[in-house]
Design a protein around this ligand. Sequence first.
Ligand code: NAP
Length: 484
Amino acid sequence: MVSRVIPVDPFDLVIFGGTGDLAQRKILPALFRRFCSGQWAEGVQIIGAARTIHDRAGFQTMVAESLRTHAAAQCQDEGALRAFLDRVDYVTLDGYSNEGWDQLSDKLNQDRVRAFYFSVGPRLFGPLAERIKAHDLATPSTRIVVEKPFGHDLESARALNATLAAHFRESQIYRIDHYLGKETVQNLMAVRFGNMLFEPLWNSQYVDHIQITVAESVGIDGREEYYERAGAMRDMMQNHLMQLLCLIAMEPPAKFDPDAVRDEKSKVIRALDQVQPHHIVRGQFDGGGSGKGYSETVGNPRSTTESYVALRAHISNWRWAGTPFYLRTGKRLVARSSVINVMFKDAPHSIFGEEAGRHANVLSIRLQPNEGITLKVTIKEPGPGGMRLVDVPLDMSFAKALGSGNQDPPDAYERLVMDVIRGNQTLFMRGDEVEAAWAWTDPIIAGWHARGDVPKPYESGSTGPGDAELLMKRDGRRWQGINP
Ligand code: NAP
């Protein structure tokens, strides 16, 4: 199935940090793919901005190189690449000084959507917002896009929200969590609220528990300094896993409209109980046979930063009372795999007798890789001689069902950047939502510091520390496998 392309009006998009890793590896390739899809009107302008001195042609050469690596399929069409680069411009600019801002102002068009993408370190978010305002670049149809991390704790998130709010309305602020741009994550809502099948069962009466796993096989190379300050709790749990938890647990919003959806997500976060210390496991990878361990990687033998965290969360509301949510995320695990498993309860009575064994349905929503949905159902094992039961998967891969030819489904950034241009905030975090997530996270981290907690070592290439298995075992449950 070929996805429908909904054209957008001309816009100006300024990427602060246009020379950086995220812009070159993700944002610009995503824009190029949208351009190739025919979504843009004439006159769209992309302006990179950073301190490095480039002229327009120099920046275009840099972008072309990145696109050849990160959007190789579309680059087969040299004409399309040339036409895209014609829309790409550059300004040498410093977010901390007034250098370059007048040149940027000269390049911007009036009377069209103007988006400023803050693809820079978080320290620059405030200064950039202030300078956009000071140089009179903010029009009524201006939007700003803010990358993660949004704050380091509740206090810093509040301060950042206040700085941005001093210059922009909430409706102009797009806080990115790229997980929300993934097709399968949006499909969580489609599956839940577009089908009659699941929603009646989506509660503690029928669901035994829910597992959310975001496993990465990579380590932290290139991000050592940031990661050592953040750890898995701040880097992944507070944002990506929290967002997945919200979408899986929220009540149906009245409409698929930004504030209706975000109101429901916020209610989930506010209904979360504080996590008990014995319901959390922290881990840190050691070298195993495959390279450096965490502490060696960050150059700090005494590091107590966690590269893995697993926890059991509870949502105190009518729908989920008594249903645990087990969340885990980590680096250098056995495979890269993000999956949500909704584990349904056993049938209340087996008419097939004890020998048929226990069978429960599992709905697995795979976010990456191989995005798709699998429903484990119980059927009769084929063959004569009694009634034996066997679990089989009803398997649906989105690439096969929805992809066009052999193309991959759209990247999260394609969807998100175009939503910014369209002015649709549904898939972006609202300020209060981010603060609520920090309010839940902060006491967990403070507790570790107060107790002098040290993460448990786990072997690189494993499924994480043994204590995470115990967390489940104590409850008579076990994690689903981490499969590529
Ligand atoms: P990066 O590679 O270090 O790039 C930073 C960019 O900011 C560069 O273009 C740099 O260019 C520019 N910059 C630095 N100081 C500046 C200043 N004073 N004025 C103007 N521009 C300045 O970082 P990144 O990996 O792209 O990450 C950017 C942001 O995205 C960060 O907040 C990061 O946490 C977030 N993020 C990144 C990823 C990722 O995969 N990379 C994923 C999720 C979130 P000059 O040095 O030329 O000025």
